[in-house]
Design a protein around this ligand. Sequence first.
Ligand code: MN
Length: 263
Amino acid sequence: MESALEPPVFKQMIEPRNNMSTSLTQLIEDLATANQILANEGVFDGFGHISVRHPENPERFFIARSMAPASVTAQDIVECDLNGDVHDAQGRKSYLERFIHSAIYKKRPDVNSVVHSHSPAIIPFGVTGARLRPICHMSGFLGSNVPTFEIRNTLGETSDMLIRNQSIGESLADTLGNNTVALLRGHGNVVVADSIQLAVFRAYYTEGNAKLQADAMRMSFGMGLGEPVYLSEEEARNSAETNAGQVERPWNVWKSKLPKQTH
Ligand code: MN
């Protein structure tokens, strides 16, 4: 008979980790690292989340419990299904906006990683109607269409702007369509990719593109020079393809810049 003093929850905490394959353990380590990188590089602040689809069960994905991304370690990762329900032996909760991830994974079988951030340079594009377009070769993945999700079309003018249930998540996923990035008006953006490393790369360069494009627009229009020159559809597609094969290099640089974890 089990002693009343025995902590059964502790057993549940340990067992799944011990049964994990090496590659799954590595994937979860990478997801924790991705959280830290995006915080360290200014894409995340106290908010923002990145997830990865479960490689052995496409109906599940991994995401951190509800916490500041800079502090996420592998022990903080929980499993979630495509309706946004969290399945965690310890009963931990994940982010209120996890439905961004569940709805996109449900709609987009090609997507294996999703980033949601409030990276600041994006915001002006979502609220002015100015199209975010690839201004340099590092952001060719933006392609020819970066749609903006207008939450008022779903919830009117009285929401708190958050993607707080599966149904709003599905509206956002519809707006994203087959594109790589969508803006959330007055809120932030969402970036998708087929790997954690590529999702980090794209989230980083989405923010960078917004800064460069705003500079180029200020310069062009301020000096009466007209529209800046953007990448053509083909230039965007080709550079995105080339860069997708190079993600390890910046990933390793960003990883090496991380402050030493104190926990
Ligand atoms: Mn948000």
